[in-house]
Design a protein around this ligand. Sequence first.
Ligand code: HEM
Length: 127
Amino acid sequence: VSEPQNFYDEVGGAPTFEKIVSRFYEEVAKDDVLRPMYPEEDLGPAEARLRMFLEQYWGGPRTYSELRGHPRLRMRHMPFKIGPVERDAWLRCMRIAVDEAGLDDAHRDQLWQYLQYAAMSMMNSDF
Ligand code: HEM
């Protein structure tokens, strides 16, 4: 999927992505399905990786790839069992974060469509 290069700027750049991803991880920290999946005690580094990835995907700085190389996200998620329960938990947290970010309807819908699709494509288990 290719997205317009200016989405990042249109939604307010770095502060907007910071807001969405930090709100997302606030929910992850409280989620009984997701929290145990994260290998590190400190969610900060995972938060930074997701934020940098999303910024890059939507046309912002390419810091994610400078630090992490090619995303290969499906492969990077293979160590974690991601079935319908995990996908729904992830989307539940993300829904809150996106809804609270104050985007206009068109940008919010575009972002949400992508996140739903991406979450589905990260699944590696039927249960
Ligand atoms: C990493 C869970 C979907 C982007 C991770 C990690 C876990 C995880 C446990 C390891 C934490 C870390 O060390 O970074 C899940 C679950 C999902 C999901 C349960 C449910 C569908 C997604 C989606 C995206 C995404 C849809 C992108 C739109 C990332 C990124 C990383 C990551 C960028 C860090 C990769 C790296 O190592 O550079 N995820 N994830 N995840 N996830 Fe997910």
